[in-house]
Design a protein around this ligand. Structure first.
Ligand SMILES: [Zn+2]
Ligand SMILES: [Zn+2]
Length: 415
Protein backbone atom coordinates (compact mmCIF):
# COMPACT_ATOMS: atom_id res chain seq x y z
CA UNK A 1 0.00 0.00 0.00
CA UNK A 2 1.15 3.55 -0.76
CA UNK A 3 0.00 6.80 0.83
CA UNK A 4 -0.09 10.43 -0.16
CA UNK A 5 -1.30 13.46 1.72
CA UNK A 6 -2.80 15.79 -0.84
CA UNK A 7 -3.15 18.47 1.76
CA UNK A 8 -2.43 18.80 5.45
CA UNK A 9 1.29 18.13 5.97
CA UNK A 10 1.83 21.82 6.86
CA UNK A 11 -1.69 23.08 7.27
CA UNK A 12 -4.81 22.85 9.37
CA UNK A 13 -7.56 22.62 6.80
CA UNK A 14 -8.23 20.86 3.51
CA UNK A 15 -7.23 17.48 4.92
CA UNK A 16 -7.12 14.72 2.29
CA UNK A 17 -5.16 11.45 2.37
CA UNK A 18 -4.92 9.02 -0.54
CA UNK A 19 -4.21 5.33 0.02
CA UNK A 20 -3.42 3.17 -3.00
CA UNK A 21 -3.45 -0.60 -2.68
CA UNK A 22 -1.19 -2.89 -4.72
CA UNK A 23 -4.22 -3.86 -6.84
CA UNK A 24 -4.61 -0.22 -7.88
CA UNK A 25 -7.69 0.56 -5.77
CA UNK A 26 -7.68 4.09 -4.40
CA UNK A 27 -9.26 5.20 -1.13
CA UNK A 28 -9.34 8.78 0.09
CA UNK A 29 -9.71 9.58 3.74
CA UNK A 30 -11.35 12.98 4.23
CA UNK A 31 -11.74 15.64 1.57
CA UNK A 32 -11.82 18.87 3.52
CA UNK A 33 -12.10 22.45 2.44
CA UNK A 34 -9.10 24.71 3.09
CA UNK A 35 -9.66 27.03 6.07
CA UNK A 36 -7.79 30.00 4.59
CA UNK A 37 -7.04 31.31 1.11
CA UNK A 38 -3.23 30.92 1.20
CA UNK A 39 -3.35 28.02 -1.27
CA UNK A 40 -6.57 27.98 -3.31
CA UNK A 41 -5.46 25.03 -5.48
CA UNK A 42 -7.91 22.15 -5.01
CA UNK A 43 -7.42 20.50 -8.42
CA UNK A 44 -6.56 17.15 -6.78
CA UNK A 45 -10.22 16.88 -5.78
CA UNK A 46 -10.94 15.98 -9.43
CA UNK A 47 -8.53 13.01 -9.42
CA UNK A 48 -9.73 9.45 -9.77
CA UNK A 49 -10.68 7.42 -6.69
CA UNK A 50 -12.68 4.31 -5.84
CA UNK A 51 -14.14 5.44 -2.51
CA UNK A 52 -14.06 8.22 0.05
CA UNK A 53 -14.13 7.78 3.81
CA UNK A 54 -15.08 10.80 5.96
CA UNK A 55 -13.94 11.10 9.59
CA UNK A 56 -16.35 13.79 10.84
CA UNK A 57 -18.67 16.62 9.80
CA UNK A 58 -16.23 19.55 10.08
CA UNK A 59 -15.62 21.60 6.92
CA UNK A 60 -11.86 20.96 6.99
CA UNK A 61 -12.61 17.21 6.65
CA UNK A 62 -15.70 16.95 4.41
CA UNK A 63 -15.98 20.38 2.74
CA UNK A 64 -15.07 19.23 -0.80
CA UNK A 65 -16.82 15.84 -0.50
CA UNK A 66 -19.50 16.60 -3.07
CA UNK A 67 -16.82 17.18 -5.72
CA UNK A 68 -16.32 13.42 -6.18
CA UNK A 69 -19.71 13.16 -7.87
CA UNK A 70 -22.68 10.93 -7.24
CA UNK A 71 -21.20 7.55 -8.25
CA UNK A 72 -18.17 7.21 -5.99
CA UNK A 73 -19.19 5.59 -2.68
CA UNK A 74 -18.78 7.95 0.27
CA UNK A 75 -18.56 6.28 3.68
CA UNK A 76 -19.71 8.68 6.36
CA UNK A 77 -21.09 8.50 9.91
CA UNK A 78 -24.85 8.48 10.38
CA UNK A 79 -24.72 11.55 12.61
CA UNK A 80 -22.33 13.32 10.24
CA UNK A 81 -24.68 12.70 7.31
CA UNK A 82 -27.66 14.09 9.24
CA UNK A 83 -25.70 17.08 10.57
CA UNK A 84 -24.46 18.09 7.12
CA UNK A 85 -28.01 17.86 5.78
CA UNK A 86 -29.28 19.84 8.80
CA UNK A 87 -27.01 22.73 7.85
CA UNK A 88 -28.21 22.48 4.25
CA UNK A 89 -31.86 22.70 5.33
CA UNK A 90 -31.25 25.94 7.20
CA UNK A 91 -29.13 27.63 4.54
CA UNK A 92 -31.39 26.56 1.67
CA UNK A 93 -29.05 24.20 -0.13
CA UNK A 94 -30.15 20.93 -1.77
CA UNK A 95 -29.69 17.88 0.47
CA UNK A 96 -26.79 15.45 -0.06
CA UNK A 97 -27.29 13.40 -3.17
CA UNK A 98 -24.94 10.59 -4.09
CA UNK A 99 -23.73 7.14 -3.22
CA UNK A 100 -23.57 7.57 0.56
CA UNK A 101 -22.98 4.61 2.84
CA UNK A 102 -23.46 5.41 6.50
CA UNK A 103 -21.20 3.91 9.15
CA UNK A 104 -21.07 3.71 12.93
CA UNK A 105 -18.27 3.71 15.48
CA UNK A 106 -16.73 0.37 16.49
CA UNK A 107 -17.54 -1.18 13.13
CA UNK A 108 -15.43 -3.31 10.82
CA UNK A 109 -16.15 -3.18 7.11
CA UNK A 110 -14.44 -3.51 3.74
CA UNK A 111 -14.21 -0.83 1.08
CA UNK A 112 -13.73 -1.58 -2.63
CA UNK A 113 -13.12 -5.27 -1.78
CA UNK A 114 -9.66 -4.18 -0.69
CA UNK A 115 -9.43 -1.90 2.34
CA UNK A 116 -10.43 -3.36 5.67
CA UNK A 117 -11.61 -0.56 7.94
CA UNK A 118 -12.09 -0.37 11.69
CA UNK A 119 -13.87 2.73 13.00
CA UNK A 120 -13.19 4.18 16.47
CA UNK A 121 -15.14 6.98 18.13
CA UNK A 122 -12.99 9.92 19.22
CA UNK A 123 -13.47 12.66 21.80
CA UNK A 124 -13.86 15.82 19.68
CA UNK A 125 -15.97 18.97 19.46
CA UNK A 126 -18.68 17.26 17.44
CA UNK A 127 -20.64 14.29 18.78
CA UNK A 128 -19.50 11.79 16.15
CA UNK A 129 -15.90 11.81 14.99
CA UNK A 130 -13.86 8.79 13.93
CA UNK A 131 -10.34 7.45 13.90
CA UNK A 132 -9.76 4.62 11.47
CA UNK A 133 -7.48 1.66 11.02
CA UNK A 134 -7.13 1.07 7.30
CA UNK A 135 -5.60 -2.24 6.33
CA UNK A 136 -4.51 -3.49 2.91
CA UNK A 137 -1.66 -5.58 1.51
CA UNK A 138 -0.70 -6.67 5.04
CA UNK A 139 -0.07 -3.05 6.15
CA UNK A 140 -2.04 -1.15 8.80
CA UNK A 141 -2.46 2.61 8.88
CA UNK A 142 -3.97 4.37 11.89
CA UNK A 143 -5.58 7.68 10.89
CA UNK A 144 -6.29 9.63 14.08
CA UNK A 145 -8.72 12.19 12.69
CA UNK A 146 -9.36 15.07 15.11
CA UNK A 147 -9.34 14.16 18.78
CA UNK A 148 -8.70 15.31 22.32
CA UNK A 149 -8.48 13.75 25.77
CA UNK A 150 -10.28 16.45 27.72
CA UNK A 151 -13.90 16.43 26.56
CA UNK A 152 -17.04 14.64 27.64
CA UNK A 153 -16.04 11.50 25.75
CA UNK A 154 -12.52 11.31 27.16
CA UNK A 155 -13.26 7.71 28.10
CA UNK A 156 -12.75 6.71 24.46
CA UNK A 157 -9.24 8.22 24.56
CA UNK A 158 -8.43 6.37 27.79
CA UNK A 159 -9.79 3.13 26.35
CA UNK A 160 -7.57 3.22 23.30
CA UNK A 161 -4.49 4.15 25.35
CA UNK A 162 -5.18 1.27 27.77
CA UNK A 163 -5.85 -1.31 25.06
CA UNK A 164 -4.29 -0.01 21.86
CA UNK A 165 -4.53 -1.79 18.51
CA UNK A 166 -1.44 -3.77 17.61
CA UNK A 167 0.92 -3.92 14.62
CA UNK A 168 0.37 -0.45 13.22
CA UNK A 169 2.82 0.44 10.44
CA UNK A 170 1.97 4.10 10.08
CA UNK A 171 0.24 6.56 12.39
CA UNK A 172 -1.12 9.68 10.70
CA UNK A 173 -1.76 11.87 13.71
CA UNK A 174 -3.26 15.33 13.98
CA UNK A 175 -1.08 18.08 15.44
CA UNK A 176 -3.39 21.08 15.71
CA UNK A 177 -2.25 22.15 19.17
CA UNK A 178 1.47 22.30 18.38
CA UNK A 179 2.28 25.96 19.13
CA UNK A 180 -1.32 26.70 20.16
CA UNK A 181 -2.22 27.43 23.76
CA UNK A 182 -5.34 26.03 25.37
CA UNK A 183 -5.73 29.10 27.65
CA UNK A 184 -6.82 28.60 31.21
CA UNK A 185 -9.64 26.15 30.51
CA UNK A 186 -8.06 22.76 30.08
CA UNK A 187 -11.13 20.54 30.09
CA UNK A 188 -14.81 20.66 29.19
CA UNK A 189 -15.54 20.40 32.94
CA UNK A 190 -13.57 23.58 33.63
CA UNK A 191 -15.58 25.29 30.87
CA UNK A 192 -18.77 24.21 32.65
CA UNK A 193 -17.41 25.69 35.87
CA UNK A 194 -16.58 28.97 34.08
CA UNK A 195 -20.09 29.22 32.64
CA UNK A 196 -21.60 28.38 36.02
CA UNK A 197 -19.66 31.21 37.70
CA UNK A 198 -21.09 33.71 35.24
CA UNK A 199 -24.65 32.38 35.30
CA UNK A 200 -24.95 32.35 39.07
CA UNK A 201 -24.20 36.08 39.26
CA UNK A 202 -25.90 37.32 36.12
CA UNK A 203 -28.24 40.32 36.37
CA UNK A 204 -29.28 40.19 32.75
CA UNK A 205 -29.23 37.69 29.94
CA UNK A 206 -26.06 35.87 28.78
CA UNK A 207 -25.18 34.89 25.24
CA UNK A 208 -22.81 31.99 24.64
CA UNK A 209 -21.21 31.93 21.21
CA UNK A 210 -20.19 28.54 19.91
CA UNK A 211 -20.79 26.11 17.06
CA UNK A 212 -24.27 24.58 17.22
CA UNK A 213 -22.70 21.19 16.50
CA UNK A 214 -20.51 21.41 19.58
CA UNK A 215 -22.91 19.36 21.69
CA UNK A 216 -20.29 18.91 24.45
CA UNK A 217 -20.47 22.69 24.91
CA UNK A 218 -24.27 22.68 25.00
CA UNK A 219 -24.12 19.98 27.67
CA UNK A 220 -21.73 22.17 29.69
CA UNK A 221 -24.30 24.98 29.52
CA UNK A 222 -27.17 22.69 30.46
CA UNK A 223 -25.24 21.40 33.46
CA UNK A 224 -24.46 24.96 34.55
CA UNK A 225 -28.18 25.79 34.11
CA UNK A 226 -29.18 22.83 36.26
CA UNK A 227 -27.02 24.12 39.11
CA UNK A 228 -28.32 27.69 38.85
CA UNK A 229 -31.98 27.15 37.91
CA UNK A 230 -31.46 28.94 34.57
CA UNK A 231 -32.66 27.97 31.12
CA UNK A 232 -30.69 27.70 27.90
CA UNK A 233 -32.39 29.00 24.77
CA UNK A 234 -31.41 27.19 21.58
CA UNK A 235 -32.43 28.08 18.04
CA UNK A 236 -34.46 25.91 15.66
CA UNK A 237 -31.32 24.67 13.88
CA UNK A 238 -29.79 23.44 17.14
CA UNK A 239 -33.12 21.84 18.10
CA UNK A 240 -33.04 19.96 14.79
CA UNK A 241 -29.45 18.77 15.40
CA UNK A 242 -30.55 17.38 18.77
CA UNK A 243 -33.50 15.71 17.06
CA UNK A 244 -31.09 14.02 14.61
CA UNK A 245 -28.69 13.02 17.37
CA UNK A 246 -31.53 11.53 19.36
CA UNK A 247 -32.17 9.04 16.54
CA UNK A 248 -28.76 7.46 17.31
CA UNK A 249 -28.65 7.85 21.07
CA UNK A 250 -31.32 8.45 23.68
CA UNK A 251 -28.71 9.79 26.05
CA UNK A 252 -28.51 13.31 24.55
CA UNK A 253 -30.31 16.53 25.44
CA UNK A 254 -33.56 17.38 23.69
CA UNK A 255 -35.65 20.52 23.57
CA UNK A 256 -38.07 18.77 25.95
CA UNK A 257 -35.58 18.88 28.83
CA UNK A 258 -36.55 21.25 31.67
CA UNK A 259 -33.44 23.42 31.21
CA UNK A 260 -33.96 23.86 27.46
CA UNK A 261 -36.18 26.32 25.57
CA UNK A 262 -36.35 27.09 21.87
CA UNK A 263 -36.44 30.45 20.17
CA UNK A 264 -38.68 29.99 17.14
CA UNK A 265 -36.89 32.50 14.97
CA UNK A 266 -39.19 33.25 11.99
CA UNK A 267 -36.37 33.05 9.41
CA UNK A 268 -35.58 29.50 10.62
CA UNK A 269 -39.22 28.42 10.95
CA UNK A 270 -39.60 29.31 7.25
CA UNK A 271 -37.17 26.49 6.37
CA UNK A 272 -39.24 23.76 7.99
CA UNK A 273 -42.68 24.34 6.51
CA UNK A 274 -42.63 21.01 4.67
CA UNK A 275 -45.05 18.35 5.97
CA UNK A 276 -42.17 16.09 7.03
CA UNK A 277 -41.40 18.61 9.81
CA UNK A 278 -44.99 18.68 11.24
CA UNK A 279 -44.14 16.79 14.40
CA UNK A 280 -40.94 18.78 14.96
CA UNK A 281 -42.79 22.08 14.50
CA UNK A 282 -45.38 21.04 17.08
CA UNK A 283 -42.60 20.25 19.58
CA UNK A 284 -41.05 23.67 18.97
CA UNK A 285 -44.37 25.34 19.65
CA UNK A 286 -44.68 23.53 23.00
CA UNK A 287 -41.11 24.32 24.07
CA UNK A 288 -40.76 27.81 22.72
CA UNK A 289 -39.38 30.54 25.01
CA UNK A 290 -42.02 33.12 24.01
CA UNK A 291 -41.72 36.58 25.58
CA UNK A 292 -40.60 35.34 29.02
CA UNK A 293 -37.04 36.51 28.39
CA UNK A 294 -38.25 40.11 28.51
CA UNK A 295 -39.83 39.60 31.94
CA UNK A 296 -36.85 37.91 33.62
CA UNK A 297 -33.77 38.09 31.36
CA UNK A 298 -31.39 36.92 34.10
CA UNK A 299 -33.05 33.48 33.96
CA UNK A 300 -31.70 32.81 30.46
CA UNK A 301 -28.58 32.00 28.49
CA UNK A 302 -28.77 32.00 24.69
CA UNK A 303 -26.68 29.40 22.84
CA UNK A 304 -26.02 31.20 19.57
CA UNK A 305 -23.60 31.75 16.71
CA UNK A 306 -24.16 35.46 16.36
CA UNK A 307 -26.26 37.34 18.96
CA UNK A 308 -29.05 39.43 17.45
CA UNK A 309 -28.34 43.13 17.93
CA UNK A 310 -32.08 43.72 18.14
CA UNK A 311 -32.37 41.42 21.16
CA UNK A 312 -29.22 42.92 22.73
CA UNK A 313 -30.71 46.42 22.34
CA UNK A 314 -34.09 45.38 23.71
CA UNK A 315 -32.47 43.96 26.85
CA UNK A 316 -29.84 46.63 27.58
CA UNK A 317 -31.93 48.42 30.20
CA UNK A 318 -31.80 45.38 32.54
CA UNK A 319 -28.07 45.79 33.29
CA UNK A 320 -24.82 44.30 32.04
CA UNK A 321 -25.25 41.61 29.41
CA UNK A 322 -22.73 38.75 29.35
CA UNK A 323 -21.26 37.62 26.08
CA UNK A 324 -19.33 34.37 26.53
CA UNK A 325 -17.14 33.70 23.52
CA UNK A 326 -16.71 29.94 23.46
CA UNK A 327 -14.83 28.92 20.34
CA UNK A 328 -11.46 29.45 18.68
CA UNK A 329 -10.12 33.03 19.15
CA UNK A 330 -8.73 32.98 15.61
CA UNK A 331 -12.22 33.53 14.17
CA UNK A 332 -12.19 37.05 15.60
CA UNK A 333 -9.15 37.96 13.49
CA UNK A 334 -9.35 39.35 9.97
CA UNK A 335 -7.33 36.43 8.62
CA UNK A 336 -10.07 33.91 9.49
CA UNK A 337 -13.01 36.32 9.07
CA UNK A 338 -16.42 34.65 9.51
CA UNK A 339 -19.95 35.98 9.06
CA UNK A 340 -20.10 36.76 12.78
CA UNK A 341 -16.62 38.29 13.25
CA UNK A 342 -17.55 41.99 12.93
CA UNK A 343 -20.65 41.70 15.09
CA UNK A 344 -18.81 39.88 17.89
CA UNK A 345 -15.90 42.33 17.79
CA UNK A 346 -18.44 45.19 18.07
CA UNK A 347 -20.03 43.50 21.11
CA UNK A 348 -16.56 43.20 22.62
CA UNK A 349 -16.26 47.02 22.54
CA UNK A 350 -19.80 47.67 23.82
CA UNK A 351 -19.86 49.29 27.27
CA UNK A 352 -23.10 47.51 28.25
CA UNK A 353 -21.46 44.13 27.71
CA UNK A 354 -19.18 42.00 29.87
CA UNK A 355 -17.19 39.95 27.40
CA UNK A 356 -15.72 36.62 28.54
CA UNK A 357 -13.63 34.04 26.68
CA UNK A 358 -14.38 30.58 27.99
CA UNK A 359 -13.28 27.82 25.69
CA UNK A 360 -11.35 24.60 25.57
CA UNK A 361 -10.08 23.16 22.33
CA UNK A 362 -11.49 20.15 20.49
CA UNK A 363 -7.90 19.02 19.92
CA UNK A 364 -5.38 17.15 22.03
CA UNK A 365 -2.54 19.12 23.63
CA UNK A 366 0.98 17.91 22.81
CA UNK A 367 1.45 15.73 25.95
CA UNK A 368 -1.82 13.92 25.09
CA UNK A 369 -0.70 13.48 21.48
CA UNK A 370 2.49 11.85 22.78
CA UNK A 371 0.59 9.62 25.19
CA UNK A 372 -1.60 8.50 22.30
CA UNK A 373 1.30 7.97 19.88
CA UNK A 374 3.23 6.01 22.50
CA UNK A 375 0.25 3.69 23.01
CA UNK A 376 -0.31 3.12 19.30
CA UNK A 377 3.40 2.28 19.02
CA UNK A 378 3.49 2.34 15.23
CA UNK A 379 6.62 1.83 13.14
CA UNK A 380 6.34 5.35 11.69
CA UNK A 381 4.55 8.51 12.74
CA UNK A 382 3.63 11.29 10.34
CA UNK A 383 1.90 14.46 11.55
CA UNK A 384 -1.02 15.89 9.59
CA UNK A 385 -3.47 18.74 10.31
CA UNK A 386 -0.73 20.90 11.82
CA UNK A 387 0.76 24.26 10.88
CA UNK A 388 4.07 23.36 12.57
CA UNK A 389 5.33 19.89 11.50
CA UNK A 390 9.00 20.74 12.25
CA UNK A 391 8.17 21.76 15.81
CA UNK A 392 5.99 18.65 16.17
CA UNK A 393 9.01 16.54 15.16
CA UNK A 394 11.39 18.39 17.46
CA UNK A 395 9.09 18.11 20.47
CA UNK A 396 8.43 14.42 19.86
CA UNK A 397 12.14 13.68 19.39
CA UNK A 398 12.97 15.48 22.62
CA UNK A 399 10.58 13.04 24.26
CA UNK A 400 12.20 9.91 22.94
CA UNK A 401 10.38 9.33 19.64
CA UNK A 402 12.78 8.46 16.83
CA UNK A 403 10.29 7.49 14.14
CA UNK A 404 8.78 10.80 13.08
CA UNK A 405 8.66 11.18 9.30
CA UNK A 406 7.65 14.51 7.86
CA UNK A 407 5.91 14.29 4.49
CA UNK A 408 5.31 16.76 1.70
CA UNK A 409 1.88 17.47 0.25
CA UNK A 410 1.24 15.58 -2.99
CA UNK A 411 4.17 13.12 -2.69
CA UNK A 412 3.49 9.39 -2.56
CA UNK A 413 5.23 7.24 0.07
CA UNK A 414 5.49 3.46 0.34
CA UNK A 415 4.12 2.17 3.63
ZN1 LIG B 1 -12.76 18.65 13.62
ZN1 LIG C 1 -9.99 19.31 11.63
Amino acid sequence: MKAKIYRGTKEIGGTCVELTADNGKILWVDLGAPLDDKNPNIDYANNKLDALLISHPHQDHFGLMEKVGTDVPIYIGEVAFDFINATKIFIDLPLLKGNYKTIKPWQTFTIADTFKIQSFLTDHSTPESFSFIIEADGKRVFYSGDFRATGRKKIVFDKIVEAPPKNIDLLLIEGTMVERANHIYLTEESVEEGIYNILKNQKNVSFLISSAQNIDRLISIIRACKKTGKKVVIDVYTAWLLEMLHKQSSNVPTMEWDEVKVYNKPSQMEKITDKTFDEFRAKIKTNSVGASVFQSPSDFIYFVRNPSMQLVNALRKHGKINVIYSQWEGYLKEEYQQYFTDNINALKQDSDIDFHSIHTSGHAVVPDLMKFAKAINSSKITPIHTAFPEIFKKQFEENGFNNIQLWEDGIEYQI
